[in-house]
Ligand binder design. Sequence first.
Ligand SMILES: [Zn+2]
Length: 203
Amino acid sequence: MVSLIPSPDTVMQTLTRTGAFRVGHFVYPTGKHSPHYFQMPLAFRYYDTARVLAVALSRKFRLERDISSQLPKIAIISPSSGGIPVAFGVRDALSAEQIYWAEREADGKRMFRQYVNQGEVNPCIIVDDIIRSGHALEETAALVKELGATIIGCGAIVRFTSAPDHLEDVPIKALVEFDAHMYDNADLCTDCKENAPVEHVRF
Ligand SMILES: [Zn+2]
């Protein structure tokens, strides 16, 4: 099979062009500082770009025998709203049967929609737009187990190298492995030392 997976550089060019990746001096709501900022939905607002990224990620899954042999009886699962366009794109490319997504309730708990456990739940691939800490994946994996389903794949467009590279024994696929620089506070931030203007970001 010819591999048509774009290189990490090509993916980063796409993310930069669409505004999904920015370079500057950013302060997160947690108080952390960083010279980089990802806002992945900006790449997924363009249908053609969304399709190219999702198809590329799907190819990494298709190469896995344990996944390709179980198609189409697979569910693609998103931990949050940001991963929904990725989930639909990957589902489309793999012709997988099901899609679920989790959402955060008012109390902050991650949940699937009620009654989703009724009916057959296929083996799952969890996909997200970006993996920063891996916490969303771990919470979603726990929900998948509550449904009685197995996890056979996991991946995202971008994974921070500080995040886990496996979800339990499943390797995490990513189009870009990004070495993110995060400073816990202004005193540690190199941009602050140079008095670079600050931009506050919401996520
Ligand atoms: Zn700073």
